[in-house]
Write a protein that binds this ligand. Structure first.
Ligand code: ZN
Ligand code: ZN
Length: 358
């Protein structure tokens, strides 16, 4: 098929994806150039550097069977958290607040960022029927301070939340997103001028703070028509001699070692520990592989993320944290396990709040 015709057909597919993703406009058709220019976009889809299965073949019945009989995947206790006050002015120190799942407030080099802010009570394109939050967001929207950027790892519902994204966008905050996610944001009415798109190994400066997008092993899609139409990424954030690694969602890969050598050491790593299963073990880390990834990255303190807020798999809701504690102890890895909404300065990073033990 000649290139023009192929591109046209792919554009149509993309348009369907965009509508599926955001019930939005046909911007997808008009502005797909960056997607086509990415060497990671092959035959109409983004793909992992070394392609992996997303779900192990022939496991549908096994998954359904275990899903229907799963237990303790939601806490019985009704949690409530009130976030610590965030000072009005940013300091030059490294500070962090985990507000549950993969949502993180990070202060670094005098700048303030939010990674994957998700505030929704339910993860669903239609507002109902999806996994429910275990507790309200500890930090009300109006208490989110002035930000220098929102950093998005990929377009999955548990990482890219339409409502909070639109609210933060109204403040004029720039969004750093992997290629393809820009079309979702534009379909929500967010001005193009506020969206900065990253391919793998893109770098950006937010003042003196450097943001680098590096590959991870995952997939994307918010609906049934937009699978892998947008890229997924991990982020390295560095400023004033401090450096952190925000993994987003990723299965284990050799890149962690490479990034450790090339960009490490990291003062803090944020790596996913929840939503694992033996049938999709290539696209999520799980607790033990996350500890190994932290070691490969040459991380100092490890803050586990992607747990404690939504029921996304078959494992008990608090199993990721219990398993990560065991794995970290075995490998002498210092863990940061704050309660949701706890603001940590560097001296407080190593902490075990045991908030889940009630
Ligand atoms: Zn994901
Ligand atoms: Zn996720």
């Amino acid at each position: 098929m000649n290139m023009t015709r192929r591109k046209f057909i792919l554009s149509l597919l993309g348009a369907v994806g965009s509508v599926g993703a955001g019930f939005g406009t046909f911007d997808y058709v008009r502005n797909m150039r960056k997607i086509f220019d990415s060497k990671n976009f092959v035959d109409g889809k983004f793909r992992n550097e070394n392609p992996v299965y997303e779900i192990r073949k022939g496991t549908l019945f096994d998954t359904q069977k275990r899903w229907l009989t799963k237990k303790n995947t939601v806490p019985e206790h009704k949690f409530h958290f009130n976030a610590d006050a965030i000072p009005e002015q940013a300091s030059a120190d490294l500070k962090v607040m985990w507000t549950a799942h993969s949502s993180l407030f990070i202060e670094i080099g005098g700048k303030r960022f939010f990674c994957d802010p998700v505030w929704s009570k339910v993860l669903s394109p239609v507002g109902f029927g999806g996994p429910k939050r275990f507790f309200d967001p500890p930090l009300p929207v109006e208490r989110i301070p002035v930000l220098d950027g929102v950093i998005i790892s990929h377009d999955h519902m548990d990482h890219l939340d339409k409502k909070i994204t639109k609210l933060l966008a109204q403040r004029g905050v720039p969004f750093y997103v992997p290629i393809g996610v820009d079309y979702v944001l534009k379909s929500w009415g967010i001005p193009e001028a506020q969206i900065i798109t990253a391919d793998w190994y893109s770098t950006f400066m937010a003042g003196d703070v450097k943001l680098t997008s590096v590959p991870c092993v995952h997939f994307s899609g918010r609906g049934i028509f937009d699978r892998n139409k947008a890229l997924w990424t991990s982020w390295i954030i560095e400023g004033k001699g401090k450096k952190v690694f925000f993994g987003g969602d990723s299965g284990f890969h050799d890149g962690f070692k490479e990034f450790g050598e090339k960009y490490g050491p990291f003062d803090l790593t944020f790596l996913e520990i929840g939503a694992y299963d033996k049938n999709w073990d290539r696209i999520h880390l799980g607790p033990e592989a996350a500890v190994q990834a932290h070691l490969d990255l040459k991380g100092r303190v490890f803050m586990p993320i992607h747990w404690g807020a939504y029921d996304l798999s078959i494992h008990p809701w608090d199993e990721p944290v219990e398993r990560v504690i065991t794995a970290a102890e075995k490998n002498n890895v210092p863990l940061s396990l704050p309660r949701p909404g706890q603001l940590l300065a560097e001296k407080d990073f190593v902490v075990n709040s045991k908030w889940w033990e009630v």
